[in-house]
Write a protein that binds this ligand. Structure first.
Ligand code: AMP
Ligand code: ZN
Length: 479
């Protein structure tokens, strides 16, 4: 097994990963802000975090992983007030949708899901600690953090603080580096807005205090890993460090891991550009959850991911190729005996797979290890050179692969039905059908009837009927 290395945003370097307590990992993940349905960019980051967690588990670490649900922030407060409902009522629909999306995407549940609005008391207590340590000041009922007092401010996101004026404030939860200022820990209520009556006055917490308080409550004052998308490094994570360390005097997080953003066809996702997709938008078009998970997982998290429909189509075929290979291993009869060279080939693929993940979760390397092996094994099978003795080790390698990538189980149709997308109403598009029909033809030419039959069944499951005509051509139609 290879030593695990991760790129730490704090040091800017790739470092060996060694948790504080042997055999255990304490990890915090900023969860979604539940004011809308999650989009595919959010899930690029959630899938990365899932792969990280699965890999650490595979390596035998006991995980204590906390993910929060931000169910109070500027946008939620404003939307709930506009809708004339409480914030709990407003967010519930999106909380439920998020859990359902995670399930569809095979994103494992962390050990603790926590809601910000269930933890207001610990946020208030943390603000009181900061008041005692004189890192705060009050203004018009709100409480602000004095960033010039915290000498390490800016170390994570490497911002230049030279132009910052003491006492200049920012009230928005989300702002850019140019607006680096004293930020609100506690916000005085505006008319019509939801607020809590507390020992530090009426109001509501800022977004940043939420994660500091909840991470420390569930994971201790120094935690191993904190993750999120790169947009959270500033100001959110910078502010988390400032809050936590000013309260405890200890290092808050040892390894900061940030996922680069997902772009769509090379552009930032935005509703006005018409390239903004929730998971559900894609499921409604008939794309499979497994294909989306594969597409999101296949680009290493430290690289920008350019999402394209071509890429999603390729991911669909890649998953299919792997599923067909597993079925071939299970169904086909191979000559008895063992092949030392194939045994070695499997061991090498498994080693390369592990090396990729250990190298800062380089999923591209791990996938290449798997697909090179599948290609060679398929060739060996076609030539009758793959032996029965290698079936078990090959299946074991695939099982290990799936502990991380989680795409081999053929359960997309069920998942889509659960989310309310019928398999017939939202079937595959013509190009995908043509591709599968061609794959089936190629399999039949090779007399690989198991694969051909599987493709026919898969298409049937997705509402496509095939008809083999007398002249050898294949016609298809939607049920
Ligand atoms: P939010 O609900 O806005 O707090 O975001 C939830 C997670 O999604 C955070 O970790 C964000 O950094 C991440 N995120 C937001 N947009 C993108 C994107 N386009 N690509 C990758 N991650 C993103
Ligand atoms: Zn957070």
């Amino acid at each position: 097994m290879h030593e695990i290395q991760v790129q730490n945003t704090l040091s800017g370097k790739v470092e060996p990963f060694v948790p504080l307590k042997k055999g255990e990992v304490h990890m915090y993940t900023c969860g979604p802000t539940v004011y809308d349905f999650a989009h595919i960019g959010n899930f690029r980051t959630f899938v990365f975090q899932d792969i990280l967690r699965r890999f650490l588990k595979l390596r035998g670490f006991k995980m204590t992983h906390v993910m929060n649900l931000t169910d109070v922030d500027d946008r939620i407060i404003a939307n709930a007030a506009a809708a004339g409902v409480g914030i709990r009522e407003y967010t519930q629909k999106y909380v439920d949708a998020f859990f359902a999306d995670c399930k569809a995407m095979s994103v494992e549940s962390p050990e603790h899901w926590i809601r910000a609005t269930d933890n207001i008391d610990i946020m208030v207590a943390l603000i009181q600690r900061l008041q005692k340590n004189t890192y705060t000041y009050d203004s018009e009922g709100s409480i602000y953090y004095r960033i010039t007092k915290f000498k390490d401010y800016g170390k994570l996101s490497k911002i230049d603080l030279s132009g910052i004026k003491a006492g200049a404030r920012v009230d928005n939860d989300r702002y850019d580096k140019e607006s680096a200022r004293d930020f609100a820990l506690w916000k005085a209520p505006k008319p019509g807005e939801h607020f809590w009556e507390t020992p530090i006055g009426p109001g509501r917490p800022g977004w940043h205090i939420e994660c500091s308080a909840m991470a420390m409550k569930y994971l201790g004052e120094t935690i191993d890993i904190h993750t999120g998308g790169i947009d959270l490094a500033f100001p959110h994570h910078e502010n988390e460090i400032a809050q936590s360390q000013a309260a405890t005097g200890k290092q808050f997080v040892r390894y900061w891991l940030h996922a680069e953003h997902l772009l769509v066809e090379g552009e930032k996702m935005s509703k006005s550009l018409g390239n903004f997709f929730t998971l559900r938008d894609l499921f409604a078009k008939g794309y499979k959850p497994s294909a989306l998970r594969f597409a999101l997982a296949s680009v290493p998290y430290r690289r920008q991911l350019n999402f394209t429909f071509d890429g999603l189509q390729q991911a669909t075929s890649s998953v299919e190729r792997l599923r067909n290979f597993v079925a071939r291993l299970r169904d086909e009869k191979f000559p008895a005996g063992k092949s030392a060279s194939m045994a070695e080939r499997i061991a090498k693929a498994a080693g390369d797979f592990d090396a990729g993940l250990a190298d800062d979760l380089n999923t591209a390397v791990s996938l290449a290890a798997m697909f090179d092996f599948v290609r060679e094994a398929n060739i060996a099978m076609d030539k009758g050179e793959f032996r029965e003795g290698e079936v078990k080790p090959a299946l074991e390698f695939l099982a290990t692969f799936d502990k991380i990538f989680a795409v081999l189980e053929d359960n997309d149709a069920e998942k889509l039905t659960t989310l309310g997308y019928g398999t017939t109403a939202a079937g595959p598009d013509d190009a995908e059908i043509e591709k599968l029909v061609a794959d089936r033809e190629a399999a039949r030419k090779k007399r690989d009837f198991a694969t051909a039959d599987r493709i026919r069944k898969e298409l049937a499951g997705r509402g496509i009927l095939l008809e083999d005509t007398k002249d050898g051509a294949v016609r298809w139609k939607r049920k």
